[in-house]
Design a protein around this ligand. Structure first.
Ligand SMILES: NC(=O)c1ccc[n+]([C@@H]2O[C@H](COP(=O)([O-])OP(=O)(O)OC[C@H]3O[C@@H](n4cnc5c(N)ncnc54)[C@H](OP(=O)(O)O)[C@@H]3O)[C@@H](O)[C@H]2O)c1
Length: 191
């Protein structure tokens, strides 16, 4: 990440078969199914699986239009302390809470100009674009114990393999399994 002032962070949950949403963008399955049969979770895993701690170390959120449109249905704005950047080729820039960018390059220029430090990158297509550009440094991936068969994938095509260091895995009592990874920078993403 030489040349960047900021760390690109993914913090996301997928179905066990790797989807972040159903084809119609339904995400209710993320809440899982209570079952007494889950093996007991690890001690000390917070109920929010570390989301609050993650957000405390984020000053910018970059998301795709798909994720932004889902957030608008939540009934409240969940980013009171962060600058939010929405990537979209067509979205009108008429929401004062966000800055719209049209490309990864424009987004990076904005983040650099603002001296961003911690950037939460969200949305499947956006994460894939940032991964391809070597702009993701950490991935916290929570797997929900459900197979949904089809949907919007977290990962997609790459120009080259991305190698990661596994930094740890914990399980919650609800059967959620969360793994933390650090991306090993490639020569090109080193700048
Ligand atoms: N499971 C979870 O934890 C989780 C987390 C986040 C989101 N989600 C869900 O995932 C779904 C959205 O995911 P998604 O895969 O559709 O991805 P997304 O990245 O949220 O949105 C895709 C859109 O972002 C814009 N975009 C992405 N890359 C771009 C680029 N390089 N240049 C310009 N624009 C770009 C495009 O908008 P335009 O078409 O306007 O150009 C594209 O159609 C939603 O249902 C959301 O609820 C789930």
């Amino acid at each position: 990440m030489a040349g960047r002032t900021w760390i690109g962070k993914v913090f996301i949950a997928t179905s066990l078969d790797g989807f972040i949403a159903r084809p119609d963008d339904d995400i209710h399955w993320l809440q899982g199914q209570p079952s007494a049969d889950h093996v007991a979770g690890d001690r000390g895993v917070p109920d929010d699986l570390g989301y609050a701690e993650h957000m405390a170390n984020v000053d910018h959120v970059v998301m795709g239009r798909g994720t932004y449109e889902k957030v608008l249905t939540f009934g409240g704005w969940p980013y009171p302390d962060q600058h939010v950047v929405v990537l979209s080729t067509g979205l009108a820039a008429d929401d004062d809470r966000i800055t719209v960018t049209r490309s990864v390059e424009e987004t990076v220029a904005l983040l650099d100009a603002r001296g961003a430090r911690g950037v939460y990158v969200d949305g499947g297509a956006t994460i894939q674009a940032f991964l391809r550009a070597g702009l993701i440094d950490t991935i916290v991936l929570t797997r929900v114990p459900v197979l949904i068969g089809q949907g919007r994938p977290l990962f997609g095509t790459l120009d080259a393999d991305v190698h990661l260091v596994h930094e740890g895995t914990v399980a919650s009592g609800g059967g959620y399994v969360q793994s933390r990874y650090r991306v090993i920078p490639t020569r090109s993403s080193d700048g």
